[in-house]
Design a binder for this molecule. Structure first.
Ligand SMILES: NC(=O)c1ccc[n+]([C@@H]2O[C@H](COP(=O)([O-])OP(=O)(O)OC[C@H]3O[C@@H](n4cnc5c(N)ncnc54)[C@H](OP(=O)(O)O)[C@@H]3O)[C@@H](O)[C@H]2O)c1
Length: 232
């Protein structure tokens, strides 16, 4: 496949390296200096491209995605923090008969963790004596807090247990790619479920799997729809 990567940061570079290792052609890595407002994402520049993978910043993602969809390029976006603008992007995808796959977390393990957390939440729903909360930890350069994954985790837990708020505490420090923990803390014991991402390659592999899947699948998809064939 011919792939364009939008964003030359940590994730963009990790996806590019993996894509080349798997025999794909990285046609371009579009960096921010040349792409203010998405201006580098022109039809000429995107000619012959099978799929785009976008990992930039919350304030840039919606514009990049719009330009890519208008150019007819199936687009995988892993940028977090722009969820509020998704309905507008979805409408554009519909009008252009385009294809968009987005996700706050492209790790397969995280989606299995979310499912396991929901089961745990179900078991503990309505049982008193436990205070429930979420902790998430990411490297110091991560811009958004709480993480998109922590918010999804909170949503899933609230769906199965309306009696608890599941407050989120975020830590931004050091270099860790990402840790999420849900804790049920009681007077005598604590139940904890956690996911630790060891490196960015797990996210990059998920993004690449999504890029390989997306062409030929019009519409708006979440990463977990691709993984589990429906809402995760
Ligand atoms: N879905 C997942 O699994 C997953 C995993 C990890 C990270 N993420 C998310 O992915 C995003 C990127 O993460 P990262 O770790 O790669 O961050 P990063 O290292 O800070 O890289 C972001 C890059 O995007 C560039 N950029 C900003 N605006 C742009 C534009 N209009 N066009 C092209 N490039 C632009 C930035 O350039 P400048 O520095 O010059 O502004 C920077 O190089 C974040 O939102 C992060 O939360 C998602």
């Amino acid at each position: 496949m011919r792939i364009v990567i939008v964003g030359s940061g940590k994730m963009g570079r990790a996806v590019a390296a993996l894509a080349e290792g798997r025999g794909h052609t990285v046609q371009a890595i579009v960096a921010s200096a040349e792409n203010q407002g998405g201006r580098a994402l022109t039809a000429e520049r995107l000619e012959g491209v099978d799929v785009a993978v976008e990992f930039t910043r919350p304030e840039a993602a919606a514009r990049n995605v719009a330009r890519l969809i208008e150019a007819g390029v199936p687009t995988v976006s892993g940028t977090t923090g722009w969820e509020a603008e998704l309905p507008v992007a979805a409408e554009l995808v519909r009008r252009c008969s385009g294809a968009l796959l987005h996700g706050a977390n492209f790790s397969v393990g995280v989606h299995l963790f979310l499912r396991a957390a929901r089961e745990l939440g179900r078991e503990l729903a309505g049982r008193s004596g436990f205070d429930a909360f979420i902790l998430e930890e990411h490297h110091a350069a991560k811009r958004d807090a709480p993480s998109g994954t922590a918010r999804v985790l909170q949503e899933r837990l609230r769906e199965v247990d309306r009696s608890r708020a599941f407050p989120i505490t975020s830590l931004r420090a050091g270099a860790t790619p990402g840790t999420h923990v849900v804790s049920y803390d009681g007077q005598f014991e604590r139940i904890e479920l956690s996911h630790l991402a060891r490196s960015r390659e797990g996210f990059a592999a998920g993004a690449l799997a999504a890029a390989e899947w997306l062409p030929g699948h019009p519409g708006v998809h979440r990463f977990e729809d691709m993984l589990f064939g429906g809402p995760g």
